[in-house]
Design a protein around this ligand. Structure first.
Ligand SMILES: NC(=O)c1ccc[n+]([C@@H]2O[C@H](COP(=O)([O-])OP(=O)(O)OC[C@H]3O[C@@H](n4cnc5c(N)ncnc54)[C@H](OP(=O)(O)O)[C@@H]3O)[C@@H](O)[C@H]2O)c1
Length: 297
């Protein structure tokens, strides 16, 4: 593999193997098998494929998992009843509501019905607030995975200028807070760009690390990076490709072919941030299971 390409799969394998060992010790020593309940509403092909990936990853490390499939037309009351029953179900230490939800459902309201101690996606107001206050409990898996990539690759975070393109509650915003925090994996000087930001090219050229989570292919082109730039591509878009069995291929938000020729290091899509997101979700489920014996909060 080109030395400039950051192998997210390899890092994820290492992290996953460590989690597997910890889970084995927990299962044998304390008789606790971490459990994850996944709620999947409707038949969005991308969501179905993500859930399958999560189910397999859970199985591989010894996490008990069950997916609750609900119909596209499920009402708010039906989904909320399921969440409330899963909050009380001791088999599940973590609950994950696969997003996006069908339009008629209020995601924010439903997410906040999840017991924050089971909110392994870190999206409830309580967990977002704890992160903001520098007391993180569950951090969303993608930001956590990105931070882990930087740490594992020995990329200097402290004192670095980091540009994050995207300000979503799922990626950009929590990531900015994570990298800004005091302590290991933090202390960066973070700038967030979004659709109203002027002169992103200049901000990007000035940054040591550029993290792109815009959901728009080609947001970062070759002329926006310098030879020392570290580039992390979070985006996942499906591009129609009839030469593939699936009929599509995945692309990120970065113009990879241009950027790889200039920047110092780049994550690929697929095989970069994606596998790390799953690995950190497993980590969050393990963490949730530790709360069933001791309650640190
Ligand atoms: N690899 C993984 O595991 C993983 C996990 C989660 C998400 N993703 C992918 O990451 C991407 C982002 O996800 P998300 O949930 O954060 O998306 P999102 O909610 O759509 O947010 C996109 C953000 O990017 C900003 N943006 C869009 N186009 C831009 C542009 N041309 N220049 C500057 N800013 C721009 C938007 O700005 P405004 O706020 O101004 O609209 C918004 O803040 C998606 O492709 C998603 O599939 C991947």
């Amino acid at each position: 593999m080109n030395k400039k390409i950051i192998d997210g799969k390899k890092i994820a394998l290492k992290v996953t193997s460590e989690i597997k060992d910890k889970i084995e010790i927990m299962s044998k020593g304390q008789n606790i098998v971490p459990g994850l309940a996944v709620i999947l509403i409707g038949e969005n092909p991308a969501s179905i494929s993500y859930v399958k990936g999560k189910e397999k990853a859970c199985k591989d490390v010894g996490i008990f998992t069950q997916t609750f499939n609900l119909d596209d037309s499920s009402s708010y009351d039906e989904v909320s009843k399921l969440i409330i029953s899963l909050n009380k179900d001791d088999r599940f230490h973590g609950i994950l509501l696969q997003l996006p939800l069908p339009q008629h459902l209020d995601s924010d309201k439903l997410i906040n019905l999840i017991n924050p101690k089971k909110d392994v996606d870190g999206l409830t107001s309580e967990n977002a607030g704890l992160l903001l206050l520098g007391k993180p409990r569950f951090v969303p898996a993608t930001p956590l995975g990105i931070q882990k990539i930087l740490l594992e690759e020995n990329i200097k975070i402290e004192g670095s200028k980091i540009l994050i393109i995207g300000r979503s509650n799922l990626v950009g915003l929590p990531l900015s807070i994570l990298l800004l925090q005091r302590g290991k994996g933090g202390n960066a000087t973070v700038t967030i760009a979004h659709t109203r930001t002027k002169n992103i090219e200049q901000l990007s050229l000035n940054a040591d690390i550029v993290i792109v989570a815009s959901g728009k292919p080609n947001t970062l082109s070759g002329k926006m990076v310098s030879k020392n730039s570290i580039v992390i591509d979070v985006g996942i878009s499906r591009l129609s490709d009839q030469t593939r069995k699936t009929g599509y291929r995945l692309i990120g938000d970065v113009n990879f072919d241009e950027v790889i020729n200039i920047a110092s290091k780049v994550t690929p899509v697929p095989g970069g941030v994606g596998p790390m997101t799953i690995a950190m979700l497993l980590n969050n489920v393990y963490l949730a299971a530790t709360f069933s014996q001791k309650r640190p909060f």
